[in-house]
Design a protein around this ligand. Structure first.
Ligand SMILES: Cc1cc2nc3c(=O)[nH]c(=O)nc-3n(C[C@H](O)[C@H](O)[C@H](O)COP(=O)(O)OP(=O)(O)OC[C@H]3O[C@@H](n4cnc5c(N)ncnc54)[C@H](O)[C@@H]3O)c2cc1C
Length: 288
């Protein structure tokens, strides 16, 4: 029998107070698809589980053409997968949620839980980073926000301080003529963690010169990373096959994968190049 305290706070201030009181030994419970598995398999020891589902307002999803998309901490992957604004403006994120686990998992799992688990292979992280996501953090009395790409400090580690929890994620509106893609590569088509994940967000002007490129890679370093040299190689250029091949090689050079049961480091590096090229080609093909 694994014993732990269990709390169901009704407000953010209560939740934060419980988290603080247990000084790093309390865990937030959202969908529980990571947390409960980790507790059951003795991968995580907790003194207290803090279920945040009774806190009102954390499941809100809003979209505004001027400010973009905002979804709360209790928004499930399934909700994001089915959202029309997500499909239109963040197709990479939609694809990531479509491929996350099974439909049963997606009905429980939250996107913010996927983010806070901070697994390098988590599917939603590359498209959220490529789309410029901002994470909102609260401690019951004050809030702060940061770019999602700065939130991860190591495998399973985040910038959250004791007493803090994530309130929401915001995505700025996409500029016109932007193509967005997420490609997940795994050994099977379903119920598989990513061996490599590549998300691209690329914007062209009317002359098809790249005005902005964001490439985010998953499962090839201790945290999700941006391929900044690839982005710089694309920006300011008419994107042709030569530039795409160069950007793909630069992405491969940026990756620092490990070998594990799912793939060798060498295979992962090679796949970063293949998938970056493919993702760029597919994203560009969506821009008229
Ligand atoms: C069968 C199965 C298949 C899966 N397949 C995939 C897959 O293909 N791709 C993939 O990426 N993942 C996969 N997962 C992992 C999992 O479903 C996701 O990571 C999920 O999105 C986590 O969300 P949750 O709401 O269940 O989080 P929880 O398990 O409730 O929490 C996860 C972590 O985040 C913390 N947390 C949650 N919410 C907050 C918050 N608001 N503030 C601070 N901390 C918070 C928790 O304390 C915990 O540490 C799979 C899991 C299972 C069981």
């Amino acid at each position: 029998m694994i014993r732990f305290d269990y709390e169901e706070p009704r407000t953010l201030a209560e939740a934060s107070a419980v988290l603080k009181a247990h000084a790093g030994r309390a865990s937030v419970l959202a969908g529980g698809t990571d947390l409960l598995v980790e507790i059951k398999e003795h991968l995580r020891r907790v003194h207290c589980v803090v279920n945040i589902k009774r806190i009102p307002g954390l499941d809100a999803v809003t979209f505004d053409a001027a400010t973009g998309l905002r979804f709360g901490a209790l928004t499930t992957a399934r909700r994001i997968e089915l959202d029309a604004d997500v499909a239109r403006h963040h197709p990479g994120l939609r694809q990531a949620t479509r491929e996350l686990g099974s439909i049963q998992v997606r009905h429980r799992a939250t996107v913010v839980g996927n983010v806070c688990r901070a697994s390098p292979s988590a599917d939603t992280l590359p498209p959220l980073i490529a789309d410029g996501a901002v994470i909102e953090i609260g401690n019951g009395t004050s809030t702060r926000e940061m770019l999602l790409e700065d939130f991860f400090t190591g495998p399973g580690k985040t910038a959250l301080q004791p007493g803090e929890l994530v309130l929401a994620i915001r995505l700025p509106p996409a500029p016109a003529r932007t193509g967005r893609i997420y490609i997940k590569h795994g050994r099977r088509r379903a119920m598989e963690l990513a061996t490599v994940g590549v998300a691209v967000s690329i914007t062209l002007d009317e002359a098809r010169i790249c005005t902005k490129a964001r490439i985010a890679l998953g499962a090839v370093a201790a945290t999700p990373i941006r391929a900044r040299d690839s982005e710089a190689a694309l920006e300011g250029r008419v994107v042709d096959a030569t530039i795409i091949a160069h950007a793909a090689d630069l992405a491969m050079a940026a990756s620092r994968p490990i070998s594990n049961v799912r793939a060798s480091a060498a295979y992962r590096r090679e796949m970063v190049s293949v998938l970056t090229r493919r993702a760029l080609e597919q994203a560009l093909a969506t821009i008229p």
